[in-house]
Design a protein around this ligand. Structure first.
Ligand code: B4P
Length: 191
């Protein structure tokens, strides 16, 4: 199995690049953002609670997203590997993911971390908010709150994987195709 984490702040291109990477490498895409938005669309009790938190730009509680990832791993026993997008976002989530993968006798091969300036992030998310219908993309204060959550709680996740020499930084500004090519090069060197 080949498991990778696509890492970076909100708006860094994780969702955009994930779509292309899963098509090329045949990995199963696990995006906690997409899983949460599907709960919201289905108006489940979890979705109703998650929406209130996401609309403030905050992170959903660890136990909720860890539970979702655990179920998704169990639901895909024959996957040739997983691409984790937007997960793990806290140290607790990273430790939980390592344990879940260990139970399946596998591990994270690489974390690819997209590097994008804060002004570019805000610009991209405000632009997406014009068409996406995502309520967390329409208000600049909420977008900046998401970036602050990232700096306070998520950035440390890269330090966690750095201890195991698993982090590769990739420039996340430029054309989508050029960034995709840089990501592919790193994956192919390790697959
Ligand atoms: P996510 O769904 O993970 O979304 P995101 O971080 O906002 O966006 P992403 O990084 O995927 O967007 P992309 O750059 O592709 O999270 C949403 C919320 O869910 C979180 O705030 C949190 O509340 C909750 N949540 C999710 N996971 C959680 C977890 N594990 N724990 C707790 N809470 C969790 O796209 C951005 C825009 O940039 C797009 O419009 C795209 O077209 C554009 N773009 C992409 N690449 C570009 C490029 N190279 N140049 C120009 N524009 C580009």
């Amino acid at each position: 199995m080949f498991n990778l984490i696509l890492f970076g702040p909100p708006g860094s291109g994780k969702g955009t690049q994930s779509e292309k990477l899963i098509a090329k490498f045949g990995l199963k895409h696990l995006s906690t953002g997409d899983l949460l938005r599907s709960e919201i669309a289905n108006q489940t009790p979890l979705g109703v609670e998650a929406k209130k938190i996401m609309d403030k730009g905050q992170l959903v509680p660890d136990e909720v997203v860890i539970g979702m990832i655990s179920s998704a791993l169990d639901a895909n026993p024959n996957a040739k590997g997983f691409l984790f997008d937007g997960f793990p976002r806290t140290s607790a989530q990273a430790e939980a993911l390592d344990k879940l993968l260990e139970l399946k006798k596998t591990s994270i091969a690489i974390m690819l971390a997209l590097n994008v300036s804060e002004e570019e992030l805000v610009k991209r998310l405000m632009k997406r908010g014009e068409t996406s219908g995502r309520s967390d993309d329409t208000n600049e204060n909420v977008i900046r709150a998401r970036i602050t959550e990232y700096r306070n709680k998520t950035e440390v996740v890269a330090d966690y994987y750095n201890n195991f020499d698993k982090v590769v930084m990739v420039k996340g500004e430029g054309s989508v195709d050029d960034i995709f090519a840089a990501l592919c090069k790193e994956i192919e060197a390790r697959m």
